[in-house]
Design a protein around this ligand. Sequence first.
Ligand code: F6R
Length: 605
Amino acid sequence: MCGIVGYVGTENAAPILLRALRRLEYRGYDSAGAATLYGGVVFIKKDTGRVEEINARLKLESMPGAIGIAHTRWATHGAPTTINAHPHTDCTGSIAIVHNGVIENYLALKKELLDLDHALASRTDSEVIAHLIEEYLKKGVELKEAFRKTLLRLEGSYAVALVSSQSPDTILAARREAPLIIGVGKGFNMIASDITALLDMTGEMVFLHDGDMAILTPDSYRVYRIDTGEAVERPVKTVDLTIEMAEKHGYPHFMLKEIFEQPETLRNSLRLQIEYVDLLAELLDKGRVIYLVGAGTSYNACIAGSYLFSQIARLSTFPVIASEFIPNYGASIGVDTVILAVSQSGETADVLSALEYARMRACTILGITNTVGSTLTRVARAYVLQNSGPEIGVAATKTFTSQVLVLAKIALRLARLRGKIAQYEIDEFNSWMEKVPSIVHDVLERVEEPIKKLAERIAESRVVFMLGRGVSYSTALEGRLKLMELSYIPCITYPAGESKHGPISVIENGVPVVFIAPPDEYRKLNIGSIMEMKARGAYTIVLGDSSDQDLKQLADHYIEMPKIHPLLSPIPYTIPLQLLAYYTAVVKGYDPDKPRNLAKSITVP
Ligand code: F6R
């Protein structure tokens, strides 16, 4: 996730762009930059770090010109370096672009451009856009059409804005599966990734549709369809929000905003560079022993991963809590050990110590992280980025579901490589993965209200049980971690089959027991466990398929879920549990964004 903004008008563009960049920083903050146009020349300043630091070093606000574009970056392709920061230019330096999204076919486009003798400076996917436009311009195509033809060549997602010395009072912009909004002013127009970047300049906004491109001048804006080039009308809407409300997209907390962002973040996580996924799959396949190492939520994702690797790729792996890795396995690892570390921040001390220990013993280290340039990306032989964008709420939400989806994708590539399951099973699993973002969208629409009511009941509880079998054990663990860390209610989780081996003695009248029961091969056993709990007075809350009448009748409280492949169920089934933790904290008067005693990244052992 990155943030982009553009201004064309009569005032100095740079101070306006700088203000907007500060507001967009929540979308990414590893580097930033701006391009302005003045006297037929494109001026560019960009660097790594936070917007404020860059401005102090480079004086972004003193850039000349009444037109410009700017970008704040959350790296997805290429480390956070000055060269990789946006804007990017063509070979002539007369076109500058900023881009948010992922260009999936950039390697092929880059090769084509290199063969045509283009000099590409960065390691980003975005830079190809400027060079493709240059190529069309060379052939005599005019700028708007060169832009449109370029967009038609891009696979993936983009919100992109461009200035060119050929057209000194025009910004061109376009979007596909990434947000982009026009701000309409008197004597100026703007474009930005979200309304927060526009609100102090104007409340009049045009919300572009997927597949729209726009041409902005100081006193006009026109919208066209990218596929046909035809002009279309998009209404101007008046947005009546304070900047504070808008920063959270109208949600009262970042956590809730991030929960509701998941259809988009999951879509982004599906767009992984397949070359890197394949590399990870190949290296995993070479290991004699494979450990999946993480802490907290990322460890819960590792548990889901081990079920996925086993059942989809027929590969045994061991999920390990990072702080236990050295004491438990340190003595037995060696050159034939592979460690796949999962860490949102890529900086968790317990994970890094385990990796350093393993590195000294010649193990192969692989990673899944949300943070380019993090220590994990430097120590890993190969890594995949989960593309969730920055997470501001301390409790991990969108990053968990993305991690599970990335692990599922790796498992599927491993299955292909190892030839262990039938082609039709591979195809079926793949099509379920593609459907995950829309299933999650559906869950968010249907469960919020019932969960709000349930939260009132849970807020009164002194202890809560959360149980699951198979891969749902990981869902239960994640639901429990969220509820505990946000509502401070002690919560007990174990694989449901363990009840009778001890924990059931805690059950007394009214104790809430949440069962994660997607329609899988454990359905009958789950029914048995639910009856066992009910017989001891538990208040049973069951998450199960909307068509399962037996479960519905049995449960004291039933949460209806849409159909999903059971092995992918941790993704949608975690959503109601995230909401439950959030609303329980709210009912109890706690701040879900800042749970007590916790920090976003634990960089001490
Ligand atoms: C829980 C949470 C933490 C992190 C853990 C690992 O909501 O956010 O448990 O999951 O500290 O962090 P990363 O994934 O950055 O290694």
